[in-house]
Design a protein around this ligand. Structure first.
Ligand code: BES
Ligand code: ZN
Length: 597
């Protein structure tokens, strides 16, 4: 397929049939009611359809549909019977001249994208807070939509919130409070529905650059603005690599700690967990990652969730190029090695022949949430690194630039990507067939033999120090004063299978891991403590699981607890208390693990 033409694919996770009738523009009208915890209002869509289309199909899930209009007159609709995770098809009858449809609706307690936070779950402790998380298929739980990443639309929104609250969306955003509590938004570029986002809270803005800034609750704002003060530098590095930033502003919203992910690349406004605020700017690669999605993901989008690696693999690659520009190759190499360790862990967990370890996924009849793993990120990245090594960085960068330029504001499938790639690299055809073997990466499980090795000189030093320390177990021989967060993480990974509880106690006395203010270090330390039976962490473990809802941290901890007789009973007890603090995405995973009813 040539760039520029629309991809026609069957998306197994949407009822919609965009080839028959599709939405092109959205006008969203919502009132945010913190008392009843509902969004109430309407969506109006401009639509485009084939001349013979008699209906347009939207996705809805746990929404209350009140009425439908077509061209501003009462219309008729049908809802199919609900299916797990997919929800329902909302079929609206259309006439040949129908160009606009309106749906009046409200959300329900089952609207899984939404997390309504009680005041105590926020930094200020006094006011409620609302945020959405739409990826992968949760947009349909807060607005009727064609919830396939291959469908794109522009939007405007009017959001009514109580006075004193700020509303923010994946669009051009306000920096000041409105006295009436009414906010309007506009997204002039076509985006897919999984990038629809809304947050409402007692938020303030602080600029960190000419087109970058931070939104956070006042108690968090100063530390966040310090932590992320290099956002303009990241943006410039990204633009120097792969072309002009197409979205206007790039701001960051720091959410309360129950946010289920590290970050979410909502256009113009990345949503982020506060657990990357460390005081030393050591976890900011996450911001580079979400920023990179402005190109890989938001500009050029995976056509279905089976092509998820196109979003995440490219983004991890791009993220590390940004970090390399800002902090040098030694720094980026540490990120690569830590990523490789995560990949090895995931490959081990999933097993060598597991089809979920192919880049191209098959998520038909499955909740995409279950199949989207580290594979897309780190195997995808390693594929691109291997290609880069074989064709050389100059050629590789020319390819990526041409790829983004060719598919901007479009969706792409893996198959089409492979065609595009082989066209571009026609002169390198043979060497790529021999030394990269793209089809093996994409369609075979596990790690291809041709994968390049990533190495870090700084980690080599850590490993050498650790070898000495094993002979002379004095903390001083490790030379830790020069270590960054990454070196500490590498150290803990090295330790993992070689320590017992007694050794853990000594390490804790020397380095205060249990009191670490760095969530990455603390989460890994808690894991190792659970593995080795070092019980001094118990209080901290409960506090952490009660406060933080980031799934990547909490799920492995609950998993470990269920595998240890000493913790088997404790896990459900801790969870029963912590569960109300978790977003539906995290709850769903842990409910399943603990068979919570
Ligand atoms: N887009 C993802 C988050 C996501 C993926 C949400 C799939 C729902 C379904 C985001 O860009 C991401 O990858 N976040 C990572 C951080 C990143 C640095 C690897 C996360 O949240 O941990
Ligand atoms: Zn990502």
């Amino acid at each position: 397929m040539t760039p520029g033409s629309t991809i026609e694919v069957k998306d197994p996770h949407s009822f919609s049939r965009p080839q028959e009738a599709t939405v092109t523009h959205l006008q969203l009208n919502l009132k945010v009611d913190f008392e009843s915890k509902t969004l109430v209002g309407s969506v109006t869509y401009q639509i485009q359809k084939t001349p013979h289309a008699t209906r347009i199909i939207l996705d809805v899930h746990n929404l209350l549909i009140q009425a439908v209009e077509t061209n501003y007159s009462p219309g008729s609709f049908r809802l199919s019977s609900p299916q797990v995770y997919l929800g329902q098809a909302l079929e609206i009858d259309v006439e040949p001249d129908t160009h606009e449809i309106t749906i009046h609706y409200q959300t329900t307690p089952g609207s899984a994208a939404l997390q309504w936070l009680e005041p105590r779950q926020t930094a200020n402790g006094q006011f409620p807070f609302l945020f959405t998380q739409s990826q992968a298929i949760l947009a349909r739980t807060w607005l009727p939509c064609q919830d396939s990443p291959a469908v794109r639309f522009t939007y405007e929104a009017r959001i009514q919130v109580p006075a004193g609250y700020l509303a923010l969306m994946s669009a051009e955003n306000p920096q000041e409070l409105s006295t009436t509590g009414e906010y309007t938004f506009s997204m002039p570029h076509p985006i897919p529905f999984y990038l629809m986002a809304l947050a409402v809270g007692r938020l303030q803005f602080c600029a960190v650059g000419p087109r970058t800034g931070i939104y956070a609750e006042p108690p968090t704002l100063a530390s966040a603005a310090f932590e992320f003060n290099q956002m303009e530098g990241m943006l410039q590095a990204a633009e120097n690599l792969y072309g002009e930033y197409p979205w206007g502003r790039y701001d960051l919203l720091v959410l309360p700690p129950s946010f289920p992910f590290g970050g979410m690349e909502n256009p113009c406004l990345t949503f982020a967990t506060p657990t990357i605020i460390t005081g030393d700017r050591s976890l900011t690669s996450l911001v580079a990652h979400e920023l990179a999605h402005s190109w890989s993901g938001n500009l050029v989008t995976n056509a279905t969730w089976n092509d998820f690696w196109l979003n995440e693999g490219f983004t991890v690659y791009f993220e590390r190029r940004i970090m390399e520009r800002l902090y040098g190759p030694d720094y980026a190499a540490m990120l690569q090695v830590l990523g490789q360790q995560d990949l090895q862990k995931t490959l081990q967990e999933l097993g060598p022949n597991n089809p979920d370890t192919c880049l191209k996924l098959n998520l038909i009849n499955r909740d995409p949430d279950e199949g989207l793993t580290e594979i897309a990120y780190e195997k995808g990245n390693l594929f691109l690194l291997t290609l880069e090594k074989v064709v050389g960085r100059t050629r590789f960068d020319a390819f990526v630039n041409y790829y983004f330029a060719s598919f901007k504001f479009k969706s792409n499938t893996t198959e089409n990507f492979l065609l595009f790639m082989s066209d571009f690299f026609a002169p390198e055809k043979e060497i790529i067939a021999e030394q990269v073997k793209p089809e093996i990466w994409v369609y075979q499980p596990g790690l291809p033999e041709v994968a390049i090795a990533v190495k870090s000189a700084r980690f080599k030093l850590v490993a050498e120090k650790v070898a000495v320390w094993r002979q002379y177990p004095e903390p001083a021989v490790l030379g830790t004063p020069t270590w960054s967060t990454h070196e500490w993480l590498y150290f803990l990974q090295l330790l993992q299978s070689h320590v017992d509880a007694a050794c853990m106690e000594k390490l804790d006395a020397a380095f205060q891991f249990t009191n670490s203010g760095n969530a990455e270090i603390l989460a890994l330390w808690l894991e190792i403590a659970l593995q080795t039976g070092y019980t001094n962490i118990n209080e901290k473990l409960e506090e952490f699981l009660g406060r933080v809802g980031r799934r990547k941290f909490v799920l492995p901890l609950y998993k470990l607890m269920t595998s240890k007789p000493e913790y088997k009973a404790l896990a459900p007890a801790i969870y029963a208390k912590a569960r109300p603090n978790y977003h539906a995405v995290t709850r769903q995973s842990i409910d399943k693990l603990l068979e919570f009813k």
